[in-house]
Design a protein around this ligand. Sequence first.
Ligand code: MRU
Length: 365
Amino acid sequence: MKIDGKSWRAIWPIGTEAAEVIDQRLLPHEFKTMRLTELNDACIAIRDMVVRGAPLIGSTAAYGLCLAANCDSSHASLKVAGEKLCATRPTAINLRWAVERMLAHLQDVLIAEIPAEAWRHAEKICEEDVKINHSIGTHGLKLIREIEQRKQGAPVNILTHCNAGWLACVDWGTATSAIYQAFDAGINIHVWVDETRPRNQGAFLTAWELGKHTVPHTVIADNAGGHLMQHGQVDMCIVGTDRTTASGDVCNKIGTYLKALAAFDNGVPFYVALPSPTIDVSVDDGLAEIPIEERSGEEVAKISGADSQGVIRSVNLLPATSATANPAFDVTPARLVTGLITERGIVKPERDALLKVFPELFAKS
Ligand code: MRU
């Protein structure tokens, strides 16, 4: 997508020597890129959320394996590198998916040819991500058009949570893909952006990228969504997901479940946009089986922003003696989800429906 008129992606290779990413920890105050030149750089970038978002951490892991292969392309060493990458963040399944796909692809490649082939395959994974997310947007656009027709030109109000935009993918985004396509098609849309405490991916990242594409949007405190839904100010919710189970349960950024409950209570359609690598058919019951990342309490206790001189500072919010807890994701049961927007169309959040549309995923399990 564009930043000040110039096309960018969230990750790109520098020959076969390095991968470059946007340092998302600094947005929206500073725009800087970071070069990853060895496996450890990729691990730190994922763990410390220089990059984040399920599809993007998968792509970063793919390049992480390329960087590992540049040093030692033996299968044993790549397997260890893959384990190291998978240990950085536990919830988003795209990370493991990308590592397993890279390792399976390189399995029968001659050791001397592995580095070059690894770079080729990582790039293929990224290109596929772009195509998949564009398709998700095309299907989501049909839903937005239906609301547009019903509202006869009045703005279509879409609520989103966290950042499921192009910064969370290679390009387009999952939840935002339909939004960008609707905006580009001239549909009158407006986005309610949940700030998404504690890391503020909505306020810092979604707001920034929508702003750069000039999509009308309003940032709200996380607690405001239910109120807006009660007052008819939300036409639909579209969120992303870090892992969706065989039965259609959706694991996403903490707070998604509360939005789904409010949407259900108010008859607001609640859609989840997801690329197929986010579907984990090895898991059925999301609540019982998905490991939820517990992040540092510092993220709850502190907040960062730019002061009046533009200097980024972090300040304490809490009494020094207060304990903190910071579960980073929650699970929204399938019964609260209206539909899954996938690259192959809108799918009911049910095993049979997913099986029909993605038979190959179930065949492998
Ligand atoms: O902790 P993050 O910022 O990696 O969490 C990201 C989300 O929860 C996104 O909504 C999700 O990955 C879907 S991404 C397209």
